[in-house]
Design a protein around this ligand. Structure first.
Ligand code: NAD
Length: 289
């Protein structure tokens, strides 16, 4: 038996439609569109592509896209001053600083400068703290997208054994916090874990965010488990995930790469921007998001 393939592309498209509808209600009610400001420092080609697709998605969802492209030699003070202006700008609901920043910039200082209520990437320590303590905040897009896919497969997540592979601030840690909030029994394994396989074998849900092509093997997986592959690894044979494709022979459901988690990230960014806009305007965020 082979696994159900989780269609992240279709799920993301549907989410973007719902965000678009909510954005048009917001605009009718408030008299302006929700606004997302994206800041890019330098000309890294991959970052440029990401920024362009975020801008396009923002406009397609009926929101205002505000792009700031700064030269690679921009200094810390100039970038900080821009963040301060965006924090104070009433038309800006979300601020995203595209990473990585050039080496001479203190990334942490920049990310903590963003108003937490406009921090649509959810990387600010205030939002990490809110997530850890169960207060509504803004949650990093990729793990929230994974959770949406998981909820679709498992309407009742409570009590399931979940193993998250990786402990980055962007994916692994917030993913584990979200699954704990759903009352899963959560284990985080990482580069210093003694026996990764022994943990993965027990899991009903496996989320792989490692950055190593084909890291998760077929014989690690409990038959019927749900496997979410966050990995995006560029190899000679193209884009591959952190999960060996043979895992699909034993898993119950699995996200493909590409077309699984990847498309969810920008869709959730749109969702976070809309949620930030609603909260700032004192409107309830639409339930369907
Ligand atoms: P990271 O490099 O910051 O973290 C990798 C984690 O893997 C670390 O916490 C490390 O402890 C763990 N790890 C490394 N080797 C290990 C081993 N042998 N055993 C167990 N754990 C090990 O990476 P990240 O930013 O969390 O990204 C992970 C992957 O997800 C990458 O492939 C990245 O490209 C991808 N990613 C995808 C999206 C998306 O939109 N789909 C978003 C962010 C990241």
């Amino acid at each position: 038996m082979s696994a159900r393939i989780i269609d992240g592309k279709a799920f993301a498209a549907a989410l973007r439609v719902r965000v678009g509808q909510a954005a048009s209600h917001f605009t009718a009610r408030i008299g302006r569109k929700p606004g997302l400001a994206v800041v890019l420092v330098g000309e890294d080609p991959a970052s440029s592509v990401y920024v362009r697709s975020k801008g396009k998605a923002t406009v397609a969802a009926g929101m205002e896209s505000i792009e700031h492209r700064l030269p690679a030699d921009t200094d810390q003070a100039t970038l900080t001053a821009l963040i301060d202006r965006l924090n104070a700008d009433e038309a800006v609901d979300g601020i995203l600083v595209q990473l990585p920043l050039p080496r001479h910039i203190d990334e942490r200082a920049v990310l903590t400068r963003i108003d937490p209520d406009k921090d649509v990437d959810g990387f600010h320590p205030v939002n990490a703290g809110r997530l850890a303590t169960g207060i509504d905040g803004l949650v990093p897009c990729t793990p929230l997208g994974c959770l949406m896919l998981l909820r679709d497969i498992h309407p009742h997540l409570a009590g399931l054994e979940a193993v998250v592979i990786g402990r980055s601030n962007i994916v692994g840690k917030p993913m584990a916090a979200l699954l704990l909030q759903e009352s899963c029994t959560v284990t985080t394994v990482h580069s210093r874990t003694r026996d990764v396989m022994a943990h993965v074998r027990m899991a009903d849900i496996v989320v792989a965010a490692v950055g190593i092509p084909g890291f998760v093997r077929r014989d690690w997986i409990k038959p019927g488990a749900t496997v979410i592959d966050v990995g995006i690894n560029r190899t000679e044979t193209g884009l591959v995930g952190d999960v060996d494709p043979a895992v699909a022979e034993v898993a119950g459901a699995i996200t493909p790469v590409p077309g699984g988690v990847g498309p969810m990230t920008i869709a959730v960014l749109m969702r976070n921007t809309l949620v930030a806009a609603c909260r700032r305007a004192g409107l309830p965020a639409p339930d369907a998001l």
